[in-house]
Design a protein around this ligand. Sequence first.
Ligand code: KIV
Ligand code: NA
Length: 278
Amino acid sequence: PKKLSTTRMKKMKADGVPISMVTAYDYPSAKLAEEAGVDVILVGDSLGNVVQGQQSTLPVTLDDIIYHTKMVTRAATGTFVVADMPFMTYHGSIDQSLAGIGRLMREGLCQAVKMEGGAEIAHTVEASVRAGVPVVGHLGLTPQSVYQIGGYKVQGKNNEQARKLLDDAKALEQAGAFAIVLELTTDELSAEITRQLSIPTIGIGAGPNCDGQVLVFHDLLQYSSPAYPKKMVKTYANIGDSIRNGIAEYVKEVKNRSFPAQEHTFHADLEIAGQLYG
Ligand code: KIV
Ligand code: NA
């Protein structure tokens, strides 16, 4: 496949062509996402939740993201890959932020980085873009600020909040972001931000009026145990059940000695073989 570019993504918005994005965290998931024809892969810090089993994204480190981004870009050689900047890695000096962004790009070999926040990180977005690193913004429910926000709740439900988020979106566009993820924002706000920006919006729990959609790999495929329902997610496959059933069948066949069968077994004429068969 031909890898997308930031300019082609903006053109997709202008042409009304939806952008599909999915997260991936390792070689096989990225390979499968690319083979499925996804436009953009996100190495999200949601890996803290779905891969590491953490309660939030806060414990995820830059080293963690680099480790996973390396595996993803090794697999998805024809797909545009964005990687998340983790919690507190882009809030100090510009020099510190650029050092982290530089490591992620140089070692992870991705095509862009994503950062949570609005006007307050615009100067960092601008510095990254000036250094040649494309940036995806992320507004609405920003999980790295969950304790500031006070929970995983829908954003942009009142006028004051909606106005601030619209201003933030414009500040990110002004700073040079080439796309913005909108998470858990009301359809009304998502639609208005999408209408007022020239860069694409990618929604998750943000309604059908965004320029693209993103879902977490483990969510849309039910690759988790136990499966947990979320209103914003649609289940497209249940690989959790497939994996559990497959392993249970293997365990059963080991116990009843039906695996391995002759077709899985190697043979040779050996003098000592008689000892075994007596
Ligand atoms: O980390 C992640 O998976 C994300 C998406 C939910 C947008 O940031
Ligand atoms: Na994230």
